[in-house]
Design a protein around this ligand. Structure first.
Ligand SMILES: [Zn+2]
Length: 225
Protein backbone atom coordinates (compact mmCIF):
# COMPACT_ATOMS: atom_id res chain seq x y z
CA UNK A 1 0.00 0.00 0.00
CA UNK A 2 1.18 3.48 -0.85
CA UNK A 3 0.65 4.86 2.63
CA UNK A 4 3.09 2.31 4.03
CA UNK A 5 5.92 3.58 1.86
CA UNK A 6 8.59 5.05 4.17
CA UNK A 7 8.61 8.81 4.02
CA UNK A 8 5.24 8.94 2.22
CA UNK A 9 3.49 11.46 4.54
CA UNK A 10 6.67 13.55 4.46
CA UNK A 11 6.56 13.59 0.65
CA UNK A 12 2.87 14.56 0.61
CA UNK A 13 3.61 17.39 3.04
CA UNK A 14 6.47 18.58 0.85
CA UNK A 15 4.17 18.54 -2.20
CA UNK A 16 1.60 20.68 -0.37
CA UNK A 17 4.25 23.19 0.73
CA UNK A 18 5.51 23.27 -2.86
CA UNK A 19 2.02 24.08 -4.15
CA UNK A 20 1.41 26.80 -1.59
CA UNK A 21 4.86 28.36 -1.77
CA UNK A 22 6.32 27.67 -5.19
CA UNK A 23 10.09 27.98 -5.48
CA UNK A 24 11.83 29.21 -8.60
CA UNK A 25 15.41 28.58 -9.69
CA UNK A 26 17.56 31.67 -8.95
CA UNK A 27 19.41 31.17 -12.24
CA UNK A 28 16.74 30.29 -14.86
CA UNK A 29 13.44 30.82 -12.98
CA UNK A 30 12.23 27.25 -13.62
CA UNK A 31 9.79 26.18 -10.94
CA UNK A 32 10.86 23.47 -8.50
CA UNK A 33 14.03 24.23 -6.55
CA UNK A 34 16.22 27.15 -5.50
CA UNK A 35 18.71 25.97 -8.14
CA UNK A 36 17.32 23.50 -10.70
CA UNK A 37 19.27 20.36 -11.60
CA UNK A 38 20.44 21.79 -14.90
CA UNK A 39 21.71 24.99 -13.32
CA UNK A 40 23.44 23.15 -10.46
CA UNK A 41 25.95 21.97 -13.07
CA UNK A 42 26.72 25.55 -14.03
CA UNK A 43 27.49 26.89 -10.55
CA UNK A 44 31.12 27.85 -9.96
CA UNK A 45 32.84 25.12 -8.01
CA UNK A 46 35.57 25.68 -5.44
CA UNK A 47 38.95 23.98 -5.28
CA UNK A 48 38.70 21.33 -2.57
CA UNK A 49 39.90 20.81 0.08
CA UNK A 50 40.74 24.34 1.20
CA UNK A 51 42.86 24.44 4.34
CA UNK A 52 41.74 20.93 5.29
CA UNK A 53 38.03 21.63 4.63
CA UNK A 54 36.09 19.88 1.85
CA UNK A 55 34.29 22.52 -0.19
CA UNK A 56 31.77 22.24 -3.03
CA UNK A 57 30.94 25.68 -4.41
CA UNK A 58 32.55 29.07 -4.93
CA UNK A 59 31.12 31.90 -2.85
CA UNK A 60 32.02 34.34 -5.64
CA UNK A 61 29.16 32.84 -7.69
CA UNK A 62 26.21 35.18 -7.13
CA UNK A 63 23.68 32.35 -7.42
CA UNK A 64 25.48 30.47 -4.66
CA UNK A 65 25.41 33.62 -2.52
CA UNK A 66 21.70 34.12 -3.20
CA UNK A 67 20.86 30.54 -2.23
CA UNK A 68 22.91 30.74 0.99
CA UNK A 69 21.41 34.10 1.88
CA UNK A 70 17.88 32.73 1.54
CA UNK A 71 18.75 29.72 3.68
CA UNK A 72 20.37 31.84 6.42
CA UNK A 73 18.27 34.95 6.51
CA UNK A 74 14.95 34.30 4.76
CA UNK A 75 13.93 31.15 6.59
CA UNK A 76 13.85 29.04 3.42
CA UNK A 77 14.69 25.62 4.78
CA UNK A 78 14.20 23.88 1.41
CA UNK A 79 17.47 25.49 0.22
CA UNK A 80 19.41 23.18 2.55
CA UNK A 81 18.43 20.08 0.60
CA UNK A 82 19.60 21.49 -2.74
CA UNK A 83 22.94 22.71 -1.36
CA UNK A 84 23.44 19.50 0.61
CA UNK A 85 22.95 17.49 -2.60
CA UNK A 86 26.09 19.15 -4.00
CA UNK A 87 28.27 18.89 -0.89
CA UNK A 88 27.14 15.31 -0.30
CA UNK A 89 29.25 13.98 -3.20
CA UNK A 90 32.44 15.42 -1.71
CA UNK A 91 31.73 13.98 1.74
CA UNK A 92 30.76 10.56 0.35
CA UNK A 93 33.89 10.32 -1.82
CA UNK A 94 36.18 11.22 1.10
CA UNK A 95 34.44 8.72 3.38
CA UNK A 96 34.97 6.03 0.71
CA UNK A 97 38.67 6.86 0.63
CA UNK A 98 38.89 6.66 4.41
CA UNK A 99 37.06 3.31 4.39
CA UNK A 100 39.51 1.99 1.78
CA UNK A 101 42.47 3.07 3.90
CA UNK A 102 41.15 0.96 6.79
CA UNK A 103 38.99 -1.70 5.11
CA UNK A 104 38.45 -3.75 8.26
CA UNK A 105 36.73 -0.99 10.14
CA UNK A 106 33.02 -0.46 9.61
CA UNK A 107 32.83 2.73 11.51
CA UNK A 108 29.84 4.83 12.23
CA UNK A 109 30.00 8.53 11.56
CA UNK A 110 28.12 11.25 13.34
CA UNK A 111 27.12 14.10 11.04
CA UNK A 112 26.86 17.40 12.92
CA UNK A 113 26.34 21.05 12.05
CA UNK A 114 28.67 23.85 13.12
CA UNK A 115 27.03 25.73 16.00
CA UNK A 116 25.24 29.01 15.58
CA UNK A 117 24.94 31.60 18.38
CA UNK A 118 21.70 30.96 20.30
CA UNK A 119 20.03 34.26 19.58
CA UNK A 120 20.40 33.72 15.85
CA UNK A 121 18.86 30.23 16.05
CA UNK A 122 15.95 31.61 18.05
CA UNK A 123 15.30 34.38 15.56
CA UNK A 124 15.18 31.99 12.62
CA UNK A 125 13.96 28.96 14.51
CA UNK A 126 16.65 26.64 13.18
CA UNK A 127 20.37 26.22 12.75
CA UNK A 128 21.01 26.21 8.99
CA UNK A 129 24.23 24.16 9.34
CA UNK A 130 22.23 21.45 11.12
CA UNK A 131 19.68 21.43 8.29
CA UNK A 132 22.52 20.80 5.84
CA UNK A 133 23.93 18.10 8.14
CA UNK A 134 20.54 16.33 8.42
CA UNK A 135 20.16 16.24 4.67
CA UNK A 136 23.70 14.95 4.12
CA UNK A 137 23.25 12.23 6.77
CA UNK A 138 20.04 11.09 5.03
CA UNK A 139 21.79 10.90 1.68
CA UNK A 140 24.78 9.00 3.12
CA UNK A 141 22.41 6.45 4.63
CA UNK A 142 23.14 3.63 7.05
CA UNK A 143 25.95 4.20 9.53
CA UNK A 144 25.76 7.97 9.19
CA UNK A 145 23.79 9.51 11.99
CA UNK A 146 22.74 13.12 12.29
CA UNK A 147 23.19 14.33 15.84
CA UNK A 148 21.75 17.67 16.90
CA UNK A 149 23.28 20.06 19.41
CA UNK A 150 26.66 18.34 19.91
CA UNK A 151 28.51 21.64 19.78
CA UNK A 152 27.27 24.59 21.81
CA UNK A 153 28.27 28.22 21.84
CA UNK A 154 29.16 29.19 25.38
CA UNK A 155 30.62 32.65 25.06
CA UNK A 156 29.30 35.65 23.19
CA UNK A 157 30.58 35.78 19.63
CA UNK A 158 29.77 38.23 16.88
CA UNK A 159 28.79 36.96 13.44
CA UNK A 160 31.93 35.99 11.56
CA UNK A 161 30.62 37.95 8.57
CA UNK A 162 30.97 41.12 10.66
CA UNK A 163 34.65 40.58 11.49
CA UNK A 164 37.29 42.14 9.29
CA UNK A 165 40.52 40.14 9.49
CA UNK A 166 41.67 36.56 9.80
CA UNK A 167 43.16 37.30 13.24
CA UNK A 168 39.90 38.84 14.39
CA UNK A 169 37.88 35.86 13.14
CA UNK A 170 40.16 33.45 15.00
CA UNK A 171 40.02 35.50 18.21
CA UNK A 172 36.24 35.77 17.92
CA UNK A 173 35.64 32.01 18.02
CA UNK A 174 38.63 30.87 20.10
CA UNK A 175 37.34 28.80 23.02
CA UNK A 176 33.76 29.75 22.08
CA UNK A 177 32.39 26.22 21.67
CA UNK A 178 31.96 23.25 23.94
CA UNK A 179 30.62 19.73 23.54
CA UNK A 180 27.14 19.30 25.04
CA UNK A 181 27.33 17.52 28.39
CA UNK A 182 24.54 15.19 27.26
CA UNK A 183 26.68 13.57 24.59
CA UNK A 184 30.04 11.82 24.65
CA UNK A 185 32.13 12.12 21.51
CA UNK A 186 35.05 10.09 22.87
CA UNK A 187 36.26 7.66 20.21
CA UNK A 188 33.59 8.77 17.71
CA UNK A 189 34.07 9.70 14.05
CA UNK A 190 32.49 13.01 13.20
CA UNK A 191 31.75 15.02 10.06
CA UNK A 192 31.28 18.73 10.78
CA UNK A 193 29.15 20.59 8.22
CA UNK A 194 28.99 24.35 7.77
CA UNK A 195 27.55 26.63 5.11
CA UNK A 196 30.46 28.93 4.34
CA UNK A 197 34.12 28.73 5.25
CA UNK A 198 36.23 31.82 4.71
CA UNK A 199 39.39 31.56 6.78
CA UNK A 200 38.25 28.24 8.29
CA UNK A 201 38.34 29.76 11.79
CA UNK A 202 34.88 28.57 12.86
CA UNK A 203 35.06 25.04 11.49
CA UNK A 204 38.63 24.50 12.79
CA UNK A 205 37.53 25.70 16.22
CA UNK A 206 34.81 22.99 16.02
CA UNK A 207 37.55 20.50 15.18
CA UNK A 208 39.72 21.57 18.17
CA UNK A 209 36.75 21.39 20.52
CA UNK A 210 35.82 17.87 19.37
CA UNK A 211 39.46 16.76 19.44
CA UNK A 212 39.86 17.97 23.04
CA UNK A 213 36.72 16.02 23.95
CA UNK A 214 38.31 12.82 22.59
CA UNK A 215 36.76 12.48 19.12
CA UNK A 216 38.60 9.98 16.91
CA UNK A 217 38.41 11.01 13.24
CA UNK A 218 37.07 14.38 12.20
CA UNK A 219 36.11 15.46 8.69
CA UNK A 220 35.30 19.10 7.91
CA UNK A 221 33.04 20.16 5.05
CA UNK A 222 31.39 23.40 3.93
CA UNK A 223 29.08 24.24 1.06
CA UNK A 224 31.04 27.25 -0.17
CA UNK A 225 34.37 29.01 0.07
ZN1 LIG B 1 17.73 26.68 -13.36
Amino acid sequence: MMSNTPGYPHKIFKKIVELLFPVYCVRCATRGAIVCEKCLEHLHTSPSPVGGVLVALAYKDRFVRQALWRLKYKGEKHVAETLASVLFHHVRDRLFEIAEESPLSRDEWLIVGAPSPHERITKRGYNHAELLATSIAEKLGEGHIFESGILEVHKPIVQQAKTTSRAERERNVRGAFRVSEHISVRGKNIVVIDDITTTGATIHECEHTLRRAGAHRILLAAVAH
